[in-house]
Design a protein around this ligand. Sequence first.
Ligand code: 3PG
Length: 389
Amino acid sequence: SALAESGQLAGKRVFIRSDLNVPFDDEGNISEDTRIRASVPAIQMALGAGAAVMVTSHLGRPTEGTLNPEDSLAPIAVRLTELLGKPVKLVQNWVDGVTVAPGEVVLLENCRVNKGEKKNDAVLSKKMAALCDVYVNDAFGTAHRAEATTYGIAEYAPIACAGPLLAAELDALGKALQAPKRPLVAIVGGSKVSTKLSILQSLADKVDQLVVGGGIANTFMLAEGMAIGKSLAEPEQVDQARAVIDKMKARGAAVPIPVDVVCAKEFSATAAATTKSASNVAGDDLIFDIGPVSRAQLVEILKNAGTIVWNGPLGVFEFDAFAKGTEVISQAIADSAGFSIAGGGDTLAAIAKFNITDKVGYISTGGGAFLEYLEGKVLPAVDILQKRA
Ligand code: 3PG
């Protein structure tokens, strides 16, 4: 933004790496466009400054060298055209040269189709760098990947800098984690401890309350010696869960374990839901949500929180009978006076479903990148920008 405001971008070729990797429904329509909308300010800023703008992104994980129709950014070009109110032409085979005039914007087809993108090939990166005067990384969602459009190009472009979205993400996440207002409460839901073990371990060093949800909570219940029937869990992760609980306790911090749960006998939207004490789970029960007493306890914790970090739902919120835990928590986050920050695909879906988008302090566009940042890992795409700065 400083470059744009200084007038230095007029007539310059600006290459923006965005993360436009959005979900599609079965009919091939964009089902959630947060990332596309979030990419607009950087593009507008460059256009407004008189630059010739190229934007690219990956979509999915295509085979390099082949562009299958489902990997094309064509629907995204249409959506960007609507959002920007000006034509956004999609350009194929762009690595060796792009024609774009100042004040115009083109979308460069799925960058992961280019051979060498994923392994950050130097020849490819140099060719891309030669397309522009200024490289802007605005793709927080892909900042944990060292690929040609997120890393290599930043090494070789004449100028490399962060776009407004990337800068805002780092600012908000830094605020939440570097000097958080306490109590700092993290909510980590989802199905598996194994996929979130390193984040749980790292949060156990920092947060005052670590609220676990979904299958992760089931594994923590096992670690506390509780019966969970046939519920989704990872018995092989029980020792790790125990270690997280012990680490938290040693710091005088807590991992609230559900005291009541909502169970069913089968995984279905129409399954009969039964609320019971967490000490009363039967051998054939499947836990799909937390019960009202646990919800009330979490609401109390969230009411007093100075900072809330949220990733992952508390139950099977896609089914109404098991959505209450995630809904009540969403509302408590919305009502909290603390600074809240949320990220991850399922979390964004819950935020949209329970209509709290405007009440969350900051909604990250990152999934894996959000988690890696929370873990305290260096994000390669940010690292290279810092080296260039
Ligand atoms: C995401 O959706 O988390 C990002 O777009 C990164 O996608 P990737 O995991 O395929 O690199």
